[in-house]
Design a protein around this ligand. Structure first.
Ligand code: SAM
Length: 305
């Protein structure tokens, strides 16, 4: 199903959670010199114009990056994320919002590798165009274009399929982001199947999965299914900005599920999530949950808090 365009949702509360966590995962990967591969199975367009037709239609960024933009009391890890977006908006006015490929490109080192997949013909073209502009800028700064060409690979294609071909990565270090639209309920099964396969090919990778928290059965059961995968550890964090109204319309809650999470992530989330609830929450129903678990001989032992 290719009706989904992420531009409608760019910068909303779910993007804030996703990209903030993504950047934290890159920061952890960057602590070791050895190169790593970032695989983005569902890349989107890379950068979104917030004053453009799509994003301004419902102005979803007002539930996410909007309220954070002018804050002067951001916790440090959240400030890193907001500053990255500010660098994309040198005029100071919030006009562009970065997608996951752009966040990765900004935070990763020169010797790391980005492997970006997007199925939608228009968005994959916009993604390639956006990276071409970045490459031109880098060339103007003196960076060799051959080095840049090896660093970033963009393909129009099925990210679930591509993941199989890329694991294990040459450097035996990888961060994988899986972020499908979930408009087709088959996406829930495809994510689980892809992870099952990926954990056999490369058990030590860090896998980050964004998912919507919705009333539909597939969504309600999703995190529990991921907890039963054969990863050594997992961490699940959800951000809810309000409870759904009686029509159940809209996205009010989402989660990031991380397989093999770095030890640094939980303390960072404990510092930042209460702040996000305070600033992005619409009422007293706003909340966050952090759960962690370890695989103990085939069964997951969980701790919630
Ligand atoms: N990860 C992006 C970000 O954070 O900026 C947003 C991705 S958006 C939620 C999901 C994207 O997946 C859409 O652009 C959609 O066209 C694309 N898509 C859908 N099915 C796909 C598939 N099987 N393989 C690759 N991309 C797919």
């Amino acid at each position: 199903m290719l009706s989904y365009r992420h531009a409608f949702h760019a910068g909303n509360h779910a993007d804030v959670l996703k990209h903030f966590v993504q950047i934290q995962l890159h920061e952890y990967m960057n602590q070791k010199d050895t190169a790593y591969t970032y695989i983005d199975t569902h890349s989107g367009a890379g950068v979104y114009a917030l004053d453009g037709g799509y994003a301004s239609k419902n102005a979803e960024y007002e539930t996410g990056i909007g309220p954070l933009w002018e804050r002067t009391d951001l916790p440090k890890p959240l400030a890193e994320y907001v500053n990255l977006i500010k660098e994309l908006n040198p005029s100071g006015k919030m006009r562009y919002y970065p997608g996951s490929p752009y966040c990765a490109d900004k935070v990763m080192r020169e010797h790391d590798r980005l492997r970006l997949f997007e199925l939608h013909p228009a968005d994959s073209k916009i993604l390639a165009d956006n990276f071409r502009k970045v490459a031109e800028h880098a060339a103007a700064q003196g960076e060799r274009s051959s080095a840049r060409g090896r660093r970033v690979l963009i393909e129009r294609g099925d990210g679930f399929h591509a993941l199989k071909t890329l694991l294990p990565p040459p450097s035996r270090r990888a961060l994988v982001l899986i972020d499908p639209p979930y408009e087709d309920k088959q996406d829930y099964r495809k994510v689980r199947d892809a992870l099952e396969d990926a954990l056999v090919r490369f058990p030590s990778g860090i896998y980050a999965i964004w998912y919507p928290v919705l009333q539909r059965m597939e969504s309600r059961q999703f995190a529990d299914k991921l907890k039963r995968l054969a990863a050594k550890d997992w961490l699940n964090v959800t951000l809810t900005i309000t409870t759904p109204g009686p029509d159940g319309f809209g996205l009010h809650s989402s989660g990031m599920f991380i397989l093999n999470p770095p030890y640094t992530l939980e303390p960072t989330l404990r510092q930042v999530m209460p702040y996000l609830v305070q600033v992005l929450g619409k009422n007293a129903d706003a909340t966050y949950v952090i759960e962690k678990g370890t695989q103990v001989t085939g069964t997951a032992a969980a701790r919630t808090g």
